[in-house]
Structures are given as structure tokens and as C-alpha cells.
Design a protein around this ligand. Sequence first.
Ligand SMILES: *Cc1c(COP(=O)(O)O)cnc(C)c1O
Length: 215
Amino acid sequence: MSTIAENIANIRARMNEAAKKAGRDPSEILLCAATKMNDADRVKEAVAAGVDCCGENRVQEIQAKRPLGAYTGKPLHFIGHLQTNKVKYIIGKVDMIESLDSEKLALEIEKQASKQDLVQKVLVQIKISNDPLKTGLAYEEATSFLEKISTLKHIQVKGFMCVATHTEDMDLVAKEFEAMHSLYTKMKAIYPQIDTLSMGMSHDYKIAIEHGSNM
Ligand SMILES: *Cc1c(COP(=O)(O)O)cnc(C)c1O
């Protein structure tokens, strides 16, 4: 087995463990590989080894690797901060934008998706940590933001994404994930198409799974 396949098998096993510990069905939790900074061949290895989706945070990397078939067979997600002037390069090329965090960005996605006559799936990124360098919509604004953009015909909100505070304080991380799960549950009751809560990275995914993450 290749190292990439081994690593993925390992992570799956630990995800399953965390899910079982939380009394959840492991099959409802998707593994998204942050393929950024890996070349097309390595991404293909990860896809072949069975990750559920790929995540990229730079438009140029998508433009370089997508024509090489790097993501073929799995959905591609945009996971980084997205500048409004870059939206036109990724609409029609990514399955999900996980980083919608402003009305201005929503209007540009609507415009470009409308041009291509498609509906762009998005996650609203919430700034759950107090880190001033982190991007995302304020937690308190989520309800009114969703209401506002619900009129946009070419955007479908599938849920939320967040990056927790980078800290050794795992109680704080758990608290942040818990708050996100509560928001997710509330919004899902209003917007039935919401089904994705994307949270947890290499160092905190087990805590995220224990608190309701499904990606
Ligand atoms: C790179 C990246 C990740 C993955 O981080 P790891 O620590 O390697 O798991 C997750 N989310 C976003 C937004 C990223 O840019």
C-alpha cells in the first residue's frame, strides 16, 4: 500500500472510532482531503484511496491540476478565503464553495453562476474563533445572512464551515464546535436542504466528530 493510502486508512479508522464513541454512524461522516500543495499525481492517489472529496484553497492550483484530471471521480471543494474577483474562475469547476462569508461574495457567486445557468452549492463560513486573522461571517449574523441570500436563485446553502481556535485548550475547541452544531441544527429546521457541517482539521477532527461534524 502507498503511504497516502495507508494514511487515509488510518484516518478512517480513527474517524470511525470517534464516531462510535459519540454514538454516531461512521458512514455519515465524510473525509475531505486538503489536497493543496500536493501535485496532481498525489491527489489522484488520494482519490483512488477513497477520500470523499478534495479541498483546494487557491484558484491557480485548481487551474493547474484540474485539467490533469487530479480530482476526477470526487467532488472538489473550495476551502480557502475567496476573493470576489476570483469567483469567475471557479464557478462551474468546483462542486462546493465552503467559504462564503459576505453578501458581496454571495452576489458575485450569484452573478457568475447565473451566467452559466447553474446552481452553486455553498457552505457559509463562520468565524467561530477569536483569532483576528481568521476569516468568516460573525456567528450572530448567520440567521439574517441566510435569510438575505435565500432569494438568490443560483446559490444553494448546504450548511456551515468553521475553523476552530488553534489552541491546546480542547475545552474551548469543543465549545466552539458545540456552538456551531447548535447553529447548524437550528438552521436545518428552517432550510431543509442544509445537511453539511464541515469542521475539524488534522489536529482536532476527533473532537469535531464528537460534536456533530459530518465533514
Ligand atoms: C489546509 C486547510 C485544511 C487542512 O488543514 P490540516 O491541518 O492539514 O488538516 C482545512 N481547512 C482549510 C480551510 C484549509 O485551508
